[in-house]
Design a protein around this ligand. Structure first.
Ligand code: MTE
Length: 399
């Protein structure tokens, strides 16, 4: 058995590490077929250690403390978090910074395990805005960062990290605490009973099993903040990075907003297309996302190694729910999220089968509204994070 024997799990989830801790991604096609919102049982999981065991009857008394550079340190219990603060519901895509790391490990082994292209999921999260909670503790003027700490006890202390305080206070960034996913109580793997949700940023900032919010004048000194979730310069090798601490303590290399990324779901890498029965066209399709609430503006496909590009159609969650009256899973969905893109979007393009026949690979690239583009070449780094070169599906012919 493992320390997580109390946690129910879906057998469809694909394990990326050994028996423990639990790190899984859903099968890519199953994830895609779910549509914009992912069922909680298929939602990817990234755990650094054991899932804290919380009995149902203890949840109302789950406490979080707001401390550090505040005028009025506070301890709130779960009931107060739900009753005293306005509750927001919004769809948000969480993406692990390791999404697509497998491609990096294939080129050169990094210090992380091999996520395929399904290290992301989307849910409607419900809870208070973090800003409202922080405001009631009256942040001091010197406070610049919010450090968050979870209840999972790990080899190097509790999991913790930080974000800038002015991000947490900005309603457009939508940083919240959540106790529900798709209208149901958070599941143990996803932070039950309470977690932070930081939209548009790497999943690693969305601290689960949240116990503490500490305001500080410097970024978190938590071991996991320093040693995880960074893109170090590409010349830093695993050996160098282990010997020289300076690489890890340089906050410039910490990653927050997601970079633009896109993946083809169809065709799958091993999909067989029978040309004798295929129609005149094949629909290439997949997902794309960008960070910081930026919208994906273009997804393009090349069949000639990047010499020419075809423009795909994009379906946005924000458009899909434009006429939507506000109720989903029994929760009133707040409208602020429509002003930003905190969800993945879906793209598709009908390609003549004849063009696939003469091509050796499908290449996919996306661009966001800041004109950040997926690079042609991989930027390898020691933690293998934020991998976003043009996505490639090789075409081979049989017979
Ligand atoms: N919070 C705690 N307390 N412990 C963790 O191990 N993992 C982080 C983040 N929050 C983690 C955590 C990472 S790296 C990611 S990608 C997300 O949680 C994953 O959230 P999920 O498991 O709900 O998908």
């Amino acid at each position: 058995g493992t320390p997580d024997n109390h946690v129910p799990r879906d057998p469809r989830l694909i394990r990326l590490t050994g028996v423990h801790p639990f790190n899984v991604e859903p099968p890519l096609t199953a994830l895609y077929k779910e549509g914009f919102l992912t069922s909680p049982e298929l939602f990817y999981v990234r755990n650094h250690g054991p899932v804290p065991q919380v009995r149902d009857e203890d949840i109302p008394d789950w406490e979080i403390s707001i401390e550090g550079l505040v005028e009025k340190p506070l301890i709130l219990n779960f009931r107060e978090v739900l009753q005293k603060y306005n509750q927001i519901t919004a769809p948000i895509t969480l993406v692990c910074a390791g999404n697509r790391r497998k491609e990096q490990n294939t080129v050169r082994k990094s210090k992380g395990f091999s996520w395929g292209p399904a290290g992301l999921s989307t849910a409607l999260f419900t809870g208070p805005m973090m800003a409202d909670i922080l405001r009631s503790a009256k942040p001091l003027r010197r406070a610049k960062y919010v450090c968050m700490e979870g209840a999972d006890k790990l080899p190097n202390g509790f999991y913790g990290t930080s974000v800038k305080l002015n991000w947490a206070m900005d309603p457009n960034r939508g940083i919240m605490l959540a106790h529900k996913m798709n209208g149901e109580d958070l599941r143990p793997d996803h932070g039950r009973p309470l977690r932070a949700v930081v939209p548009g940023q790497i999943g690693g900032r969305s601290v689960k099993w949240l116990k503490k919010l500490i305001l500080t004048d410097a970024p978190s000194d938590n071991w996991y903040h320093i040693n995880d979730n960074r893109v170090l310069p590409t010349m830093v090798s695993p050996e160098m990075s282990a010997l020289d601490r300076k690489w890890w303590t340089d906050e410039r290399y910490a990653i927050y907003e997601l970079n633009v990324n896109s993946v083809a779901v169809y065709p799958q890498h091993d999909e067989e297309i029978d040309l004798s029965t295929a129609g005149p066209t094949y629909t290439v399709k997949g997902y794309a996302y960008a960070g910081g609430g930026r919208r994906i503006t273009k997804v393009e496909i090349s069949l000639d190694r990047g010499k020419s590009w075809r423009l795909s159609e994009i379906e946005y969650a924000e458009d899909k729910y434009r006429d939507f009256d506000g109720d989903l899973f029994g929760g009133k969905v707040d409208m602020w999220w429509r002003e930003a893109s905190f969800c993945w979007s879906f793209w598709s393009l009908d390609v003549p089968v004849a063009d696939l026949e003469t091509s050796d690979a499908i290449l996919v690239r996306a661009v966001d509204e800041a004109l950040s583009a997926m690079p042609r070449d991989m930027y390898w780094s020691v933690l293998g994070m934020m991998n976003n070169p043009w996505f490639r599906v090789a075409i081979t012919k049989e017979g």
